[in-house]
Ligand binder design. Structure first.
Ligand code: ITT
Length: 202
């Protein structure tokens, strides 16, 4: 069965391809399907935005669709950037611009107050109009400076005390076992398995 992973973020797509490698699913992407529609992420929370993306792209593609909305909640910033994580430094900024701005905004905040979490909500939208959501979180600290080259986005500044390194220093197979996305994606496996078996029985 085909599953459209509806993202323009190459890092996310790589992670879903890894996490779902053993499932009887053929993953396809917005690029593969030549879909150029963009979705304004106007929802109040991650779940609303994930659903918005999944519903838009299932209609557009006619393919079972998975979308995720994800981001960073930093306690010292009252949970910001939250749903604004992707646009934290403006529309045309790079990953590095965004994490450098976050480091700047946390300058002088001591280690014990630099607690943060990544959150990810996965929404799966079916052709019949159903939507299923799952969620994952990953707790850590915002580092003082970027380290590591793996992963994407804010990984170089997200420090995991139990591994004594940032997400960007972890081998990708470990990130894909413990991350917010890995947890949300794994929680969605029973839903995907049921949809596959329904399609086979149809
Ligand atoms: P799509 O909407 O096309 O999926 P996006 O990058 O805009 O791509 P989001 O709207 O969900 O995705 O924004 C997520 C933001 O959080 C974005 O800035 C990412 O870099 C960051 N982010 C999400 N997951 C991350 C991870 O595993 N590691 C580092 N940064 C992450």
């Amino acid at each position: 069965m085909r599953l459209l992973v509806a993202t323009r973020n190459a890092g996310k797509l790589r992670e879903y391809s890894y996490i779902y490698a053993d499932l009887p699913l053929h993953l396809t992407s917005l690029t593969d399907e030549m879909i150029e529609t963009t979705v304004a992420e106007t929802g109040a929370d991650f779940q609303a935005n994930a659903i918005l993306k999944a519903r838009t792209y299932v209609k557009e593609s006619g393919i079972l669709t998975l979308a995720d909305d994800s981001g960073l909640e930093v306690d010292a910033l009252g949970g910001a950037p939250g749903v604004h994580t992707a646009r934290y430094a403006g529309e045309d900024a790079s990953d590095e611009d965004r994490y450098r701005l976050l480091l700047h905004n946390l300058a002088g905040i001591p280690r014990e107050k630099r607690t943060a979490r990544f959150r990810c909500v996965v929404a799966i939208a079916t052709l019949e109009g159903e939507v299923f959501c799952t969620e994952g979180t990953c707790e850590g600290l915002i580092a003082d400076e970027p380290t590591g080259t793996e992963g994407f986005g804010y990984d170089p500044i997200f420090y995991l005390p139990e591994y004594d390194c940032t997400l960007a220093q972890l081998p990708s197979d470990i990130k894909n076992q413990i991350s917010h996305r890995a947890q949300a994606a794994r929680a969605a496996i029973p839903i995907l398995a049921r949809l596959v078996s329904q399609e086979r029985g149809a």
